[in-house]
Design a protein around this ligand. Structure first.
Ligand SMILES: [Zn+2]
Length: 267
């Protein structure tokens, strides 16, 4: 016999979405000596930012990369990809050789639980970085970005207006040389969006240089700036393909950055 859900049951059921993702990530972490669940709690609001750190203690760490998903709360494929990545690292740790990876699977937990793009205040959180002091989710992420000084930032997104995969290039000059091959490899899973204008911006070879102000990125004072990539999948593609595309792009970017950066090091 079934009953319609009352409002409070409905709300708590929705809340379980982020809780179940974090629960799964924590289980993976409990089983692995390389994966730590290091969630961050806001000192005043008590809000939680889910954070996982992957590090192989037997290999030296030269580079720190942050992988951020779901700053737009309704972009589910990035969340699934971020969690899948944690699992994949346990099976194939070579992906992360020389890296310390920080994975933030749900950057906008309210939006994720409510199935909404924006944050609770109604603002697009990915326009608020380093300019809006009121958004506590953004403040927590800014603290992370400032304290960790990442060598690379990968943000996972989904676009309901795009016809294929594409990306935004920000950060240092190396960024485009990481994104270009990542798009090429990943286009075997989902074709590229080849239009000359994507998401209202001029695009070249499925890449947009610059783009919006206030997006998740390193603080301006960080020198040198990290590579900074926003990778977008088309919303219309099947979820499984989108997840696969995110993972393929991450693998390719990490592999290339290690090769390019190690040329200057004797490794
Ligand atoms: Zn987005």
């Amino acid at each position: 016999m079934s009953h319609p859900l009352d409002q409070s049951s409905f709300t708590s059921l929705y809340r379980q979405r982020s809780a179940s993702i974090i629960h799964y990530g924590d289980l993976l972490s409990a089983r692995s000596g390389h994966l730590d669940a290091l969630h961050v709690t806001h000192p005043h609001t008590g809000k939680l930012l889910a954070r996982y750190r992957w590090r192989d203690p037997s290999s030296p760490t030269f580079y720190r990369v942050g992988i951020f998903a779901d700053i737009h709360g309704d972009e589910e494929s990035g969340v699934v990809a971020a969690i899948q990545l944690l699992r994949e690292l346990q099976i194939n740790p070579d992906i992360s050789e020389f890296y310390e990876l920080f994975v933030y699977p749900i950057c906008n937990p309210w939006g994720f639980d409510a199935g909404r793009r924006e944050g609770k205040s109604g603002k697009d959180l990915n326009r608020c970085f380093w300019r809006d002091r009121e958004e506590s989710e953004v403040r927590l992420l800014e603290q992370e970005l400032r304290a960790t000084q990442f060598d690379g930032i990968i943000s996972l997104h989904t676009d309901d207006t795009s016809e294929g995969i594409y990306g935004y290039v920000n950060g240092n000059t190396l960024t485009r040389h990481l994104l270009e091959p990542a798009l090429r490899v990943t286009s075997s899973i989902i074709p590229r969006d080849d239009r000359s204008e994507i998401d209202t911006h001029p695009a070249n070879d499925s890449m947009i240089f610059g783009g919006y102000q206030g997006i998740l990125g390193a603080p301006e004072e960080q020198h040198p700036q990290p590579f900074s990539i926003v990778f977008e999948t088309p919303h219309h593609a099947p979820l499984g393909k989108q997840v696969e595309a995110h993972l393929s792009a991450i693998r390719e970017i990490l592999s290339l950055f290690r090769v390019i950066s190690s040329e200057g090091r004797d490794i």
